[in-house]
Design a protein around this ligand. Structure first.
Ligand code: SAM
Length: 234
């Protein structure tokens, strides 16, 4: 059968199936740990988020080194949403904070291919993840559309030139606001910003204030994961 989109092509679909399966196994213990934390007596979600944010703020790199072998990836439903948003907006220049093993990057790069080509600039702290993401994008046949920059996003995204059509924030959630402000001059009017685990009050306060030129609201997708949709409105 002829595939209608890059996302539904055998090569991309098989690669994503395999990676989502690997992610489920690799992240099971981490997910159970998070659920136990949320369900522990007296705990509330805000308190748990505050604890995670405090860990990140104390040492972002050490926090994520502990997850060097975890995917921490978007769900298949959210991945399809990323693809759809990138297609709907005709995005050809996308920036992603937090590439991990490249699952979300595959959805976004598939959209870029179907939009006629362009570039996804990804960034990832962990060298092992960068190399696995490159291998996975190669397996999906999308490596030619992706530039994964190794290191701290606050450094690697400093040199981004040209306009950005879509920004995917999925790295350390305490850094969403600094990363947004870093690339803000590059966002085109009408750019989409998708924040996964957008829990930090400072970030939400900023994008939800129309005076800052954004229109923003929570996404009813993967409830509880703090997904926020933001439009660069002006
Ligand atoms: C939630 S995971 C990303 C998952 C990925 N978007 C996916 O769906 O496949 C977050 C990633 O951000 C990376 N990260 C954390 N802080 C970072 C920083 N300051 N700069 C670049 N990457 C960072 C972590 O190492 C981790 O792999």
């Amino acid at each position: 059968m002829v595939s209608v989109t890059t996302l539904s092509s055998r090569r991309v679909a098989d690669t994503l199936d395999k990676l989502h399966h690997e992610a489920k196994i690799a992240d099971q213990a981490h997910i159970e740990e998070m659920m136990a934390l949320m369900e522990s007596p007296g705990a509330d979600a805000a308190q748990v988020v505050e604890t995670l944010l405090a860990q990140e703020r104390a040492d972002n790199q050490a926090t994520y080194r502990r997850y060097a072998n975890n995917f921490l990836a978007v769900s298949p439903a959210y991945g399809r949403f990323l693809y759809a948003m990138a297609r709907a907006s005709g995005a050809t220049r996308i920036v992603e904070f937090g590439t991990s093993m490249g699952i979300s990057a595959i959805y976004l790069a598939a959209a870029i291919r179907d939009n006629g080509g362009g570039i996804l600039i990804g960034t990832e702290l962990e060298p092992g993840k960068v190399s696995r993401a490159r291998t996975n994008l190669e397996a999906a046949g999308l490596a030619d559309l992706v530039d994964i920059r190794e290191g701290d996003a606050l450094e690697t995204l400093r040199g981004v030139v040209g306009t950005i059509d879509l920004l995917h924030l999925d790295g350390a959630f305490s850094l969403y606001l600094p990363v947004l402000k870093l690339v803000e001059p590059r966002l085109k009017t009408g750019a989409t910003i998708l924040g996964e685990n957008a829990f930090e009050p400072e970030y939400l306060g900023y994008v939800r204030d129309p005076a800052n030129g954004y229109l923003s609201q929570p996404l009813p997708l993967d409830e509880g994961r703090g997904n926020e949709f933001t439009l660069r409105a002006a």
